[in-house]
Design a protein around this ligand. Structure first.
Ligand SMILES: [Zn+2]
Length: 102
């Protein structure tokens, strides 16, 4: 084997190693970018889902008197008891006891 052939083989090996390293680096970069992207996408999704669930819980809250899911207004009475009441029940109770809107 001549020196030239050994040098050529060495160069080819070097190029091969560089290529493998380059591919590996590119893959790591892609993976990191994907992780970052998924994080970025995941966070707002989480926020919106928690927001919407909060909204649904307030929407689905039931009147503490007639137990119907209606638009509620929250009141506190003389004893500090807090109750969510719909319009009709607020009318009924409001005649009998003092209610303080929160
Ligand atoms: Zn009611």
């Amino acid at each position: 084997m001549g020196i030239r052939e050994i040098v050529m083989m060495g160069l080819m090996l070097l190029v091969l190693i560089l290529a493998v390293l380059g591919i590996a680096a590119a893959m790591v970069k892609k993976k990191r970018a994907a992780e970052l992207q998924s994080n970025v996408i995941y966070l707002p999704k989480k926020r919106t889902s928690s927001k919407s669930s909060d909204m649904t819980t307030t929407r689905n809250q039931k009147c503490s008197r007639c137990n119907q899911a209606k638009k509620l207004v929250f009141y506190s009475n003389d004893f500090g008891h807090i109750a969510g009441l719909c319009k009709n029940c607020r009318k009924d109770i409001g005649d009998k006891q003092e209610l303080y809107p929160i």
